[in-house]
Every structure is written in C-alpha cells, then in structure tokens.
Design a protein around this ligand. Sequence first.
Ligand code: CMP
Length: 227
Amino acid sequence: MPKYEGILRKVPIFSSLNEETLLQIDQVCIKMNYQKGNIILFEHDEGNALFFIVKGEVKISRESDDGREVILSLIHDSDVFGEMSLLDGMPRSANVTAMEDTELYMIKREDFLELLNNHPDVSIALLEEITHRLREAGMRIKSLSLNDAEGKVAMVLLQIADEKGKIKNGIVEIEKLPFQHDLANMAGTSRETISRTLHSFAKKGLVELEGSKLRIIKYEQFKDIYT
Ligand code: CMP
C-alpha cells in the first residue's frame, strides 16, 4: 500500500475516498515537521490552510484576559485542525502548539475547497467533526460553570477518554495522561486541585493511576455521575 494511502485513509474525513482521490490529495499536501513546544498556528493570524496530524499531538489553546493559558483541546494522529479560518475567512481562533515531535500534512484553502466541492462525503464528515467539537465545547462550558473541583476534573478526564482512551471490559485506559499543569489549564483550576482530585477519585475506586497511565473503572458509571 502506498505510504500516502495509509496516512490519509486514517483521517476520518477522508475515509470514503477512493485511492485515486487520495493520491490527488497527497500530491497537493505539503509535509511539515514541528518539534515539541513549537507553535504551529498563532491565534489572530490569517488562516488559509488546513492541517492533518500524521503523527504526534497538538494543543489547542487561548490566552485568557489575565494571561493564563486555557487549553481547549488536545488532538493527535489523524485529527484535523485549521478548518475554522479556512471556512469562514476569519483569523485563527486559537494557538496550536506541538506537544511532542509532530508530523503534519498541510493542504491549501483552494485545494481543500475544490475537494469539498467534488466530494460531498468529505463535507458531511467535516460537519460531523465540527459538530463533535461543538458538543465538547458545550460540555466544557458546563464544566467551567461548575463550582466543584471533582466535576471540572471529571469532565476533562472524560474528554481525554473520548479522544484517546481505549475501552476494554467497561474500563477506559488512557495510556499517557497530560501533565497535571496541562490538566489544570484544561479544567480551569490549579495543579494542586488536579493532584488532590485525582487522588480522591482513586480513593473512591473510580480511577486507577499508574505512572502516567490512568484507568477509569466503571466508565459508564463515571459518566453518569459527572455528566
Ligand atoms: P482555526 O481557527 O483555523 O485555527 C485554530 C484551530 O484550532 C481551529 O481552526 C480549530 O481547528 C481548532 N479549534 C479551535 N477551537 C477548538 C475547540 N474548542 N476544540 C477543538 N479544536 C478547536
């Protein structure tokens, strides 16, 4: 199987495309590499390209008025970003930073719009992805409005579980939990609160922590309690 096909096939918005179209996409994509910590996109910049993550993880964040970082999402292999400015012509809505060494494919606005025109399936899949993000943003707004730390931290764990957790026998395992500092910036709380709450969840038998690995025991029950 050609390399491009394996990479592009994994991107959910391209899953319906045939090999010929994937090859056309590959030909117009520009491959890019970013080292851990590098900023890929700046909030407020003009945006005229879309990105797919081939390998790695990126942080979508904004700065609050008092200078604190607010992490909106952590996304990884096969995820797409940069669609908002591309579609509405407004400036970039957030900063995007490489959380580890990251390999990307970039596609220019005119090439992507041509693809959307010729392949309605890609438009529908992109709408699904945007809708999913809107739902997550709704959950995030709810969690930020909660007063209790447990609710805030639980919402963030559920978001990460949804993005990269693996479920087996009702237990969701998150292989590499973000650093507590980043969890705090996702939950809108302090690092100390994250540490205390994770230990409280563990004491209650809701989660198991093992190094950077976290298991949500009885995932469905956990969701029922906190959503
Ligand atoms: P764009 O605004 O072009 O550049 C920043 C990108 O971050 C944006 O497109 C989306 O792809 C992504 N983004 C912005 N807000 C969110 C969010 N709340 N959840 C996930 N991704 C987001």
